[in-house]
Ligand binder design. Sequence first.
Ligand SMILES: [Zn+2]
Length: 133
Amino acid sequence: METVSLPDDLMDLMGHHGHLCFGVLTGYKACKYAVEIIGVSENMKAVTENGSCGDDAIRVILNCTEENGRLTQKKGRQQSWSFYNPDEEEGIQLTLNPHLLSQLPADKDQAIRFILELPGNLLFMVESFSPDM
Ligand SMILES: [Zn+2]
């Protein structure tokens, strides 16, 4: 059986989170994609809707936590993560592509590989985000 080799920062994240699950993996991908699009700053803030395992990814990968005031959790209709850099007044909201779940391989290792390798633009729907909305 072929095992999936995971990036170091994902291994680190798994150590904090305790396990590798769909939630933490999609949160990890959301962090990576957000940084790819808007870059990362020391003051980067994140807002998550319907807090899940994915929030741990934001705490570990981007150091956005409730304690340092950079992570806000709110209730909402869908699973989404918003990120913004206050200095640049630029933000994005990433929402998990709802069609994705039906395409996931049943095998867990294959599903992990599928998510890991899927480009952010297929995994998420991207909208602009303004924290004052
Ligand atoms: Zn989890």
